[in-house]
Design a protein around this ligand. Structure first.
Ligand SMILES: Nc1nc2c(c(=O)[nH]1)N[C@H]1C(S)=C(S)[C@@H](COP(=O)(O)O)O[C@H]1N2
Ligand SMILES: [Mo]
Length: 200
């Protein structure tokens, strides 16, 4: 299989991409919540996050604007581990991820359950820099990078699809780079979602 998804170009650089102003979130002010359709909502401080089992991984990072940066090294906590503790209700199928500053992105629950999806706090062995979403961002390496919400603050599990910031502006509801799911062309196929889709 090809290393780089179709339509992408490898860059040695690693551009910072933020829509609007970057919020300032000191580690001691960071709070995270995993809630919505779960049996046990989870609330974390930064020290709480660091006390959980940690994972290191290296993944390629694909921005929908066309650049791919290979071999980015991250450290953090698996969202799957948090979801195991929170225990999603049977009707939970999707999630809206919210960031400090108001950015949002939607994901399927099954995408958050992938073992390489992290709440990441370390990049190339150093604390995640503020402009990269520090102290903590989501990392969803199998989807376009707009899903990797910086300054993550909340994940809400839902029984329907609620579109995030870029998805409402016409980007693809899922965003698989290997299928070049850049823009939503036509209605979101409700059948393929297996659930009710509330679109605004
Ligand atoms: N909160 C927030 N997260 C965000 C964004 C943003 O504007 N705000 N941009 C997204 C996009 S389009 C990309 S390509 C990546 C860029 O991450 P980087 O700045 O670390 O390269 O962050 C994603 N996460
Ligand atoms: Mo992007």
């Amino acid at each position: 299989m090809e290393r780089v998804p179709p339509g992408q170009r490898v860059t040695e650089r690693f551009p910072v991409l933020t829509y609007g102003e970057a919020p300032r979130v000191p580690p001691e002010a960071w709070r995270f919540a995993l809630e919505g359709l779960v049996e046990t909502p989870i609330a974390l401080t930064f020290p709480d996050l660091l006390a959980l089992p940690q994972v290191e991984l290296t993944r390629d990072f694909h921005c929908v604007t066309g650049w791919s940066r290979l071999d980015v090294a991250w450290r953090g906590v698996r969202t799957r581990d948090l979801l195991e503790k929170a225990r999603p209700r049977p009707e939970a199928v999707a999630a809206l991820v919210e960031s400090y500053g108001g950015y949002t992105a939607n994901l399927l629950l099954e995408d958050l359950l992938r073992e390489d999806v992290l709440l990441a706090h370390t990049l190339f062995g150093k604390p995640l820099p503020p402009e990269r979403g520090g102290p903590v961002r989501l990392l969803v390496p199998h989807l376009y990078a707009w899903k990797s919400a910086k300054w993550v603050r909340r994940i809400v599990l839902l029984d329907h699809l609620e579109l995030g910031f870029w998805e409402r502006l016409g980007y693809h509801w899922r965003g698989d780079p290997w299928k070049e799911e850049r823009f939503q062309e036509g209605p979101i196929p409700a059948a393929s979602l297996r659930f009710r889709s509330k679109q605004t």
